[in-house]
Design a protein around this ligand. Structure first.
Ligand SMILES: [Mn+2]
Length: 239
């Protein structure tokens, strides 16, 4: 990471560096405009804080909204996609979850502004990623799916790098079930592990989960408690 970005990107506390970084984003927008279908993924590393009283929160929020407005208006044909993440590198990141991301999109009202859902980040944010897919899609803001968990999984609080779908198998099936249902045809960006073979494994697993989610899903009552009934899923192969 370049030292100039340690105090933020689109929300950098130094006005000169912030201006420089916004202009760099614009160069990326220029480049994306040369390639039909290409768009800009905006993951705002260091646009957050670690300590209480570190920030004037509302002022920094305005910085972000102003910078995004500038980028969206710059070339309105190029999509700008926000990738949310609750923490890391900063302990509190401003664009932390799908709800905040969607609020920003709706508040700014630019049709070329949308959201990237990284499944690993969604787990870290304590979300059910299928819910994020459904609601972002409902409001027309689902620009990307970014899948980081193909060779690992986590217990939500950090990147634990456990075996893929070993923890969140059903929630991952739930995402792919929904992608089939809504006919998602946007970008899908698998990653995980190192090197070509690991990437190939990630791609194979995307197809595997798509296929598994095409089988018929039935809702059934799996647990009954004295206080009520909880629903669950089973998968039945149609073939
Ligand atoms: Mn990502």
């Amino acid at each position: 990471m370049s030292p100039e970005r340690g105090n933020g990107c689109l929300m950098n506390r130094n006005p000169g560096i912030r201006r420089h970084l916004i202009d760099l984003f614009k160069q990326s927008v220029d480049l994306a405009a040369e390639f039909p279908g290409a768009d800009i993924l905006v993951w705002l590393s260091n646009d957050g804080y670690d300590y209480p009283f570190k920030d004037d929160y509302a002022r920094r929020w305005d910085m972000l909204m102003d910078a995004l407005s500038e980028l969206c208006e710059y070339l309105s044909d190029v999509k700008i996609s926000l990738e949310y993440k609750p923490k890391e590198p900063r302990i509190h990141q401003y664009v932390a979850n799908y709800g905040i991301s969607l609020f920003m999109c709706e508040k700014l009202k630019y049709p070329n502004l949308g959201v990237v859902m990284d499944i690993g980040h969604s787990f870290n944010a304590g979300e059910n990623p299928a819910e994020a897919v459904a609601i972002l899609n409902k409001y027309g803001r689902l620009n990307h799916i970014h899948i980081h968990i193909h060779l690992n999984d986590n217990y939500r609080s950090w990147g634990d790098y456990l075996i893929f779908a070993s923890i969140h198998f059903w929630e991952t099936i739930g995402v792919f079930y929904l992608l089939n249902k809504i006919g998602y045809d946007g970008w899908m960006w698998p990653s995980g592990g190192d090197g070509f073979k690991a990437l190939q494994e990630s791609v194979d697993r995307v197809y595997m989960f798509y296929e598994a989610a095409r089988t018929e899903l039935l809702v059934y009552d799996v647990y009954e408690y004295s206080s009520g009934t909880a629903g669950g899923w089973i998968i039945r192969d149609n073939n």
